[in-house]
Write a protein that binds this ligand. Structure first.
Ligand code: SAM
Length: 201
């Protein structure tokens, strides 16, 4: 791209989490997949899989992220997670904001939206897990980046409560956290919140 504007500088730059999610996505993507990347940032993942899937949409709440994605000819929609989407997708990719962030640590800058996972790091992840059932096709998969900082056990428990199944696809240790990519699918057998605890592994 040409020189970045001030607002584009506030779009998350691809980092270890992006690259781990990209590696798994490249293996998982199929030519028949209708795919969506939530929170595309600089749209690296969308760009890399655009030729490997049937179609891809990139979303973000940050308008500068969408401008970057459009520059690379990726179709974009400004949306809060999956809110407003009626379509079913075969592949939903998300590297969410996951850093535990106290109210006094929040900033009004756009980059805050890329990092701030709420007080426990799980706020956006939990909202995403609550929505995903509506937008996954019957054999659809979602690839979600999780950090040990947001609590893996709690994320697994929430997925089970939401009627989802998860499996670990990749794991990498960085100096202050462990990163995971999990694959999420609609559970064949629905569980409920009262017996979810016994399935946690
Ligand atoms: C950790 S960054 C990841 C960016 C890019 N996907 C990557 O892997 O490099 C998280 C992205 O999600 C976006 N985001 C945060 N909350 C969102 C929401 N509720 N709906 C859509 N996008 C959101 C942020 O603006 C940011 O671009």
């Amino acid at each position: 791209m040409e020189q970045e504007s001030k607002s584009e500088e506030e779009v998350y730059k691809p980092a270890e989490d992006t690259f781990l999610l990209l590696k798994v996505t490249l293996k998982e993507a199929k030519s028949c997949d209708k795919a969506i990347e939530i929170g595309c940032g600089r749209a690296l993942i969308s760009r890399e899989i655009a030729d490997k899937v049937k179609c891809i949409i990139a979303t973000d709440i940050n308008p500068s992220a969408l401008r970057i994605a459009k520059h690379y000819n990726i179709p974009t929609v400004m949306a809060d997670l999956l809110r407003g989407f009626k379509a079913k997708f075969d592949l939903i990719i998300f590297n969410p904001p996951y850093l535990p962030t106290a109210p006094e640590e929040k900033s009004r800058k756009w980059i805050n939206q890329a990092l701030d996972g709420g007080e426990n790091g799980r706020e956006t992840i939990f909202r995403f897990l609550e929505q995903i059932n509506e937008n996954l096709s019957p054999k659809g998969r979602s690839l979600l980046l999780i950090s040990s900082l947001s609590g893996m056990a709690e994320v697994k428990e929430k997925a089970i409560v939401e009627g989802l199944e998860i499996s670990e696809m990749a794991r990498a240790r960085y100096f202050f956290e462990e990163l995971y990519v999990i694959k999420i699918q609609i559970a064949k057998q629905k569980s409920n919140k009262y017996n979810a605890a016994k399935y946690i592994f």
